[in-house]
Write a protein that binds this ligand. Structure first.
Ligand SMILES: [Zn+2]
Length: 236
C-alpha cells in the first residue's frame, strides 16, 4: 500500500515538473536572506556618459592615483542635502558633465561635474543618477571609496520625515548589497577627528584641501541611524 501510493505520487511529481520546468528550477534555488525592505526606486535620472566617465577618470588619477572611473567595493556611504528646497534643481544640478562656473570653490579640483548615486526628493521618492559601480564627485578625499546620497533641502530643518525614512531604507538596502560597506557618514562628519572612516581618506593634491561641510547635520544623521539600528539592524 505504501509502495503503491509513493509510485502514484512519484508519477504526479514527474508530470508536474515536466509541465512546469520553471517551477522546478525555482524550487532548487537556495533560500537567500530577505532584503531589508521593499525599496522602490521612483525613477532613473541618468547622468552617466562616456564623457563623464573620461573626466571622472582624470579626476581619480589626479586626486587618488587611480587610472579608473569605476567605484569598486565601496567602503562608505556619505549622506548630503543639496542646499536647495527645489526638487527640480536638486536633480538638474548633477546633469551637466562639466562643473558649473558657479562652483569656483572646487573648480581647481578638475572639470568633472559634481555627481551622486541617489537623490531623495522632498516626498521621499528615491531617484537613481549614477550606477553604483561608477565614482561620483561628492566628497573630497573619498570619492574613490564612497557612494553618495543627496536629499533635497536647503537646511537640516527642511529635511522631511519621508526623506529620513527613505534614506534609512536606501542605506540599509545598500549595506545589504555591499558587504564591503563599513561606514555610513554624514558629509559634515567627513573630516571629524577620531572617526574611523578617516583611514579611507586619500588626496594627492596638497593644494586641494577638504572644505568645511554642514550637511546633513547631526540631528538628521542621528534620526537616520536610529531607524537603521531599530528597523534594519544596521549599525555603521
Ligand atoms: Zn554634502
Amino acid at each position: 500500500m505504501q509502495r503503491s501510493t509513493s509510485r502514484i505520487s512519484g508519477v504526479f511529481f514527474i508530470l508536474y515538473f515536466a509541465l512546469f520546468p520553471a517551477a522546478s528550477a525555482f524550487a532548487e534555488e537556495p533560500v537567500e536572506p530577505a532584503e531589508p525592505d521593499s525599496l522602490v526606486i521612483a525613477g532613473h535620472f541618468e547622468i552617466s556618459s562616456p564623457e563623464r566617465r573620461a573626466l571622472t577618470r582624470e579626476y581619480a588619477l589626479s586626486h587618488y592615483g587611480l587610472d579608473d572611473w569605476r567605484l569598486v567595493e565601496p567602503s562608505m556611504l556619505i549622506i548630503h542635502y543639496t542646499g536647495t528646497d527645489s526638487d527640480r534643481y536638486s536633480l538638474d544640478v548633477f546633469a551637466p558633465v562639466r562643473l558649473s562656473s558657479a562652483r569656483g570653490d572646487i573648480e581647481s579640483g578638475g572639470e568633472v561635474n559634481v555627481g551622486v548615486h541617489y537623490v531623495i526628493l522632498r516626498d521621499g521618492s528615491v531617484w537613481s543618477l549614477l550606477p553604483e559601480d561608477e565614482m561620483g564627485r561628492h566628497a573630497i578625499g573619498y570619492n574613490h571609496r564612497a557612494l553618495g546620497i543627496e536629499m533635497t533641502g536647503s537646511s537640516a530643518e527642511r529635511i522631511t520625515a519621508e526623506q529620513i525614512a527613505s534614506c534609512a531604507a536606501l542605506a540599509a538596502d545598500i549595506a545589504f548589497r555591499h558587504p564591503s560597506l563599513r561606514y555610513i557618514v554624514g558629509h559634515h562628519e567627513y573630516m571629524e577627528e577620531g572617526r574611523p572612516h578617516l583611514a579611507e581618506f586619500a588626496e594627492l593634491r596638497s593644494d586641494y584641501p577638504p572644505t568645511v561641510k554642514r550637511d546633513p547635520g547631526e540631528e538628521v544623521m542621528s534620526r537616520i541611524r536610529d531607524i537603521l539600528a531599530r528597523d534594519y539592524s544596521v549599525v555603521r
